[in-house]
Design a protein around this ligand. Structure first.
Ligand SMILES: Cc1cc2nc3c(=O)[nH]c(=O)nc-3n(C[C@H](O)[C@H](O)[C@H](O)COP(=O)(O)OP(=O)(O)OC[C@H]3O[C@@H](n4cnc5c(N)ncnc54)[C@H](O)[C@@H]3O)c2cc1C
Length: 380
């Protein structure tokens, strides 16, 4: 007899969502977190995460995003927490750039409202972010941002409210499958469960050796700048944005939501591999020089106004895609690695998918592109 129906390992964005969905279904679920909820050592901290519907990466993500939006609102209703702000988002670049062309293609295919502003029109409506004369901004009104720490805590509150047991500060060191289920060995205990979901973010390869060298943790840096005037870089006059500088990479930003100021980062930063078991190398001169240079070129109101910078981690997969599947040949173990630097917005639907996979063996949500088999065919 198992102690639990499902054990979830890792209570970051994805694991916290999974325990909430499972507990709400009345499943006997236990969650393990090696550190503490909403900590700053993994991938789910830093105050904000962008969300958008017209997905430039691939229009195939859009049905999942519709579900994610609905689930974020359901989580707000269940928890009373303020998690999702729909403010509009700007996706900026040359018309042929991946972000601009991809967003327009995705919006067109799925009938999503959007508006294309040339550089002059963007300067009038959203003056804080400077466009080159040959760039455009796609305004997608459904876009906005999430509050990641609040979201993780809300999922965990919903989970415990529905009967989930959480073990915090307890690291799982081994998963031992047998005919009747699995034994989870931690640094404090041994627990029996029928199924296990591994959602350990940058540490995924520790418990899923098949992903060693495939799921690659990299270092990410974001910084905050206090704008010189108190208006142009606040939400409304400025919108969250993605900005494609072609060979220069793509940057993201969030307007000033409080005294910390506006936030900027570069997607994948320097693609610098990190060992998740070592603390991240601290923010250095090269990190700051790159972000300061971007601000100098693009957000003049914040030049010289840097206030803070932190490190974080992406877990990159080939194709910058996700993995949501059973471990091949092992129906008791579900593996979740939906990051590649853009996974947070999906966490609310990923929790539902993981609960489906653990309890039903499959899901009606479209995840074929995120299987181990699909991963094998991707380059990265
Ligand atoms: C700077 C930055 C900006 C980003 N911007 C966006 C954005 O704008 N929009 C977007 O959608 N996404 C964005 N992302 C990506 C998104 O944040 C990630 O996809 C998401 O947070 C990944 O969550 P996770 O649950 O997989 O990992 P994590 O949140 O890191 O959770 C993994 C958890 O597992 C725990 N753990 C590890 N090993 C064990 C073990 N053996 N036993 C128990 N517990 C264990 C860890 O302590 C950790 O809490 C961004 C990421 C970063 C870093």
């Amino acid at each position: 007899m198992s102690d639990f129906d499902v054990a979830v390992i890792g209570l970051g964005a994805m694991g916290s969502a999974a325990v909430a969905h499972l507990a709400e279904r009345g499943v006997r679920v236990i969650g393990f977190e090696a550190a503490f909820p909403a900590h700053a050592l993994g991938s789910s901290h830093g105050d904000t995460r962008l969300i958008r519907l017209g997905y430039f990466e691939d229009p195939a993500y859009v049905p999942l995003l519709h579900r994610a939006y609905a689930n974020w609102r359901a989580l707000e209703a269940a928890s009373g927490a303020d998690i999702l702000t729909v403010s509009g988002i700007l996706q900026i670049g040359r018309p042929e750039s991946g972000i601009v062309a991809g967003t327009i293609a995705s919006c067109t295919l799925h009938g999503l409202s959007h508006e294309v502003l040339d550089a002059a029109a963007s300067a009038v409506r959203f003056p804080a972010v400077r466009l080159e004369p040959d760039e455009v901004a796609v305004l997608e009104p459904q876009g906005g941002f999430l509050r990641p720490e609040t979201a993780v805590m809300a999922h965990l509150r919903v989970a415990t409210g529905a009967g989930a047991m959480l073990r915090l500060g307890e690291k799982v060191t081994a998963i031992e499958p047998d005919d009747a289920g699995v034994t989870l060995v931690s640094d404090h205990s041994r627990v029996r469960a029928r199924k296990v979901i591994v959602a350990t973010g940058p540490w995924i390869a520790d418990l899923v050796p098949a992903l060693a060298g495939i799921a690659r943790p990299i270092r990410q840096v974001v910084a905050w700048y206090t704008p010189r005037d108190g208006v142009s870089a606040t939400l409304g006059p400025m919108l969250p944005f993605l900005l494609d500088e072609a060979e220069g990479g793509s940057f993201f930003g969030v307007p000033a939501l409080g005294p910390d100021g506006l936030k900027v980062g570069k997607h994948a930063h320097f693609m610098e591999p990190v060992d998740p078991d070592q603390s991240n190398p601290p923010v250095n001169e090269a990190d700051l020089a790159m972000l300061d240079d971007f601000v100098a070129r693009r957000i003049p109101v914040a030049v010289g106004q840097r206030r803070a910078a932190i490190t974080c981690r992406y877990t990159m997969l080939p194709g910058e895609d996700f993995l949501l599947d059973h471990l091949p040949g092992e129906p008791r173990i579900v593996v979740a690695s939906p990051c590649s630097g853009h996974g947070f917005k999906f966490a609310s639907v990923v929790g539902e998918i993981l609960a489906d996979l653990a309890m039903n063996g499959g899901t009606s949500l479209p995840i074929d592109a995120f299987s181990f088999a699909a991963l094998a065919g991707k380059k990265g």
